[in-house]
Design a protein around this ligand. Structure first.
Ligand code: NAD
Length: 377
């Protein structure tokens, strides 16, 4: 692991996710931007001292020559470091699990995607919400035609935690997220809009063609957007609307997706992730619950406990990790990754997300909210 040290947020979730299905051991890391803090964190996590590295370059150099070298690295650092770290590991022949957004510029995202292809290494991006079983069920239902042709895709990701200037009050996570050099060009749209955009495309199966955006910065002095409204035109004429907000008071983690087709609609809400609501034309809304035997394979294999025992965020993240493990094994041994390997967020999904953010910011900043075609869909 690179990053994810003491006081960090997402690294701990990665460690839970890696352990749950027993596909990974954490054996080496450069856990912190501060080498001493990193070593101290490594020792409390039972990492051998000679595999706790002062920085990621030392880790690449130290691991590449070992007989028992790592198979894959998880990159859990702020956005601006993803590119150099992922590049160094890919070039040294390691597989990579990278946090989103994959990079802070489209040029870097293209370069990283190309590098994954030319080196033949695995590069997965942790779009968490595509790990939920009921999201897989929704995707299968749309693909099966249960909704008919999709007309409208509404996705929203409102959060409240940055409703005030906490970046100036010592909040580590908010500090780098509001610094364009570390976060990239898109504030809320880069941080959580990328999740929403991926989820909408993942479930609807539609490619986005163009965006028109209105961004706002409500907290005084903040350098990046903390609220974004984006209209999306999808292939085949479907229309989308995406709202990302870091200032939506009362919304803890309000990611919600609604897909409307000619024959029915689906609603999925991240805070009630074990349920999916389907409504057929002129029918009553029906709640479909996780864990039932009549769900599709994609939902059933990503489920660990019987119906009624809630599963959530950690299990969704585990599903990504276990899918990545299956994909890496397939590459190494030829054994099929099977259903677990299906729909994994890839380097191309990472590239699409970065290109989406870039087009959204350009639409707002350079075209007065006008329509811009997406380069990668
Ligand atoms: P954080 O500030 O909590 O943690 C960052 C960690 O990286 C810290 O331990 C820091 O010391 C370390 N670090 C920074 N630069 C480093 C370097 N060059 N080498 C080694 N370690 C370094 O940040 P966070 O909130 O955990 O976010 C990290 C990444 O995860 C971001 O890209 C963010 O967008 C992403 N994220 C994803 C999800 C998700 O659901 N997939 C959720 C939250 C955050």
């Amino acid at each position: 692991m690179v990053g994810g040290g003491e006081g960090a947020y997402i690294g701990g979730i990665h460690r839970f996710a890696a352990r749950l299905d027993n596909h990974y051991d954490l054996v080496a890391g450069a856990f912190d931007v501060d080498a001493e803090r990193g070593h101290s964190f490594a020792s409390t996590n039972f990492i051998d001292r000679d595999r706790s590295y002062g920085d990621y370059l030392a880790m690449v150099a130290g691991e590449r020559t070992r007989d028992d070298r790592i198979d894959v690295v998880a990159i859990c650092t702020p956005n601006h470091t993803h590119f150099p770290i992922a590049k160094a590991f890919l070039e040294a022949g390691f597989d990579v699990i990278c946090e989103k957004p994959m990079t802070t510029t489209v040029e870097d995202a293209i370069a990283l995607h190309d590098l994954a292809q030319t080196t033949g290494r695995f590069l997965g991006v942790t779009y968490t919400y595509s790990g939920y079983p009921m999201v897989h069920e929704a995707r299968a239902m749309v693909a099966r035609g249960d909704l008919g042709k999709v007309r409208v895709v509404q996705v929203e990701y409102p959060l409240e935690w940055m409703a005030t200037g906490i970046e100036l009050q010592g909040n580590q996570q908010a500090a780098w997220r509001t610094d364009p050099k570390k976060n990239g060009r898109g504030g809320s749209i880069g941080d959580i809009g990328t999740h929403a955009y991926h989820l909408a495309g993942f479930v609807s199966g539609l490619k986005a063609e163009a965006v028109a955006a209105d961004l706002a910065t409500f907290v005084e002095g903040r350098a990046l957007d903390d609220n974004a409204h984006v209209m999306i035109r999808y292939e085949g004429g479907a229309r989308g609307l995406l709202w990302s907000s870091q200032v939506a008071i009362g919304q803890s983690n309000g990611l919600r997706l609604r897909v409307f087709g000619e024959k029915g609609s689906l609603v999925w809400h991240q805070e009630q992730p074990n349920e999916l609501v389907f409504t057929g034309l002129f029918g009553a809304p029906a709640t479909i619950k996780r864990g039932r035997d009549d769900l599709t394979d994609g939902a059933r294999i990503r489920t660990r406990t019987p119906p009624g025992h809630p599963e959530g965020y950690i299990e969704a993240f585990t599903n990504l990790y276990s899918g990545f493990a299956a994909a890496i094994r397939e590459k190494e041994s030829g054994a099929s990754a099977g259903t677990f390997g299906e729909g994994l967020p890839s380097s191309y999904d990472g590239l699409k997300g970065v290109a989406f953010v870039d087009a959204v910011v350009d639409s707002h900043e350079k075209h007065n909210g006008g329509w811009l075609s997406l380069q990668f869909a």
